[in-house]
Ligand binder design. Sequence first.
Ligand code: SDX
Length: 431
Amino acid sequence: MSDTSKSATLTIDGESYDLPILTPTCGPDVVDIRKLYSQAGVFTYDPGFTSTASCDSSITFIDGDKGELLHRGYPIEQLAEKSHYLEVCYLLLYGELPSAADLEKFEATITRHTMIHEQMHNFFRGFRRDAHPMATMVGVVGAMSAFYHDSTDIGDERQREVASHRLIAKMPTIAAMAYKYSIGQPFVYPRNDLDYAANFLHMCFAVPAEEYEVDPILARAMDRIFTLHADHEQNASTSTVRLASSSGANPFACIAAGIACLWGPAHGGANQACLEMLKEIGSPDNIPEYIARAKDKNDPFRLMGFGHRVYKNFDPRATVMKQSADEVLDLMGVENNPILATAKELEKAALADEYFAEKKLFPNVDFYSGIILEAMGFPTSMFTPIFALSRTVGWISQWKEQLADPQMKIGRPRQLYEGSGPRDYVDIENR
Ligand code: SDX
């Protein structure tokens, strides 16, 4: 636990209350208010949790002013360049970079959990073909607890481990199956001779009628996209997973809750919304109109892929993603992609505009990811499922960390009640 030598004093109606101040490894100090209600009979008020630390964690640190993102202390830029997704999964899950032997064992374990129970194929067929793949993923992942009973006891460390491996391994298979089902093509089984990213691309784009060779440059770009989305401290979907888990819900139900939360356009759904926005803008000539709309308080329109609750500087993931976008589009021979041209002009125009500078609105992880995914051949409806499969390791790592916390208790916020005080029932004839 953090150093508590400092404290804050709160005075209410002449009464003073000392609140310990906790000092973290990195980041701002934290005022410990756990005893505030019992001592002073007051709540704190923080809708949206803009100033609230909901837990302590050792997994990911973000410095929004510096545009810094660390996973177990390692900068995301170095991990994106030198590591790969399954090694980052190991780092997030276990806290240290693996030895060669441990990495080989971990990758072999994940590889051998990529198939799903054959009976689960029927779940997909219960959906309309035009169902959004996120709807399918929420449903199928939530139903996993009906098939993997032997890894639902959260009090059993081995079962927690098996559930973690199953979820990380099976999410690409489920996402790929959701995609295949939506386009009326047969499911493609995972292959143990392909690495994690190549296997996902193969399950999405191979057809039984012919061989499909995965381009190693696309596989590397896919793996980097997975890495850039792996974890991001206490974002909305991770907080959803933690809150669901605090009630003792099984891991599959908790991850299904995280997928549901990620779907929103203000969160993981922004990559789909961003590409749809770029297509609606259509050309750099229309950018001034959309910038004006984004600044207009009477217009609900926002620039999707811009802004962030924590980053008040560049999102370091967006910077890496932008480099990948150039590589992939060059490879796909679409370097003259009009959407990318519009994106680059929009970024330039927004960053030059004082509204965005004043509100510290910079491109976030979702701004360029959609451009890469579209160039790879994915429909916009698959962008958020890809975010979800990437973030599963982050959700699972945070879930495991919370379960191992001896002070863990059910999350139960209070409220500022502004409704009616007590009043008596009025019979209908007297209303
Ligand atoms: C992700 O939390 C995470 O870590 C999330 C994530 C992760 O990895 O898990 O990083 C992934 O969700 C990235 C964000 C993707 N969402 C979008 O790109 C959607 C567009 N962005 C916004 O809706 C918004 O910026 C949020 C939701 C991301 C952040 O919103 P906040 O922190 O609640 O900020 P706010 O809504 O209070 O905005 C502050 C001001 C407001 O103006 P004022 O009321 O102060 O006058 O900035 C304005 C907003 O109107 N503003 C924007 C804007 N985002 C904020 N104006 C125009 N366009 C935008 N995109």
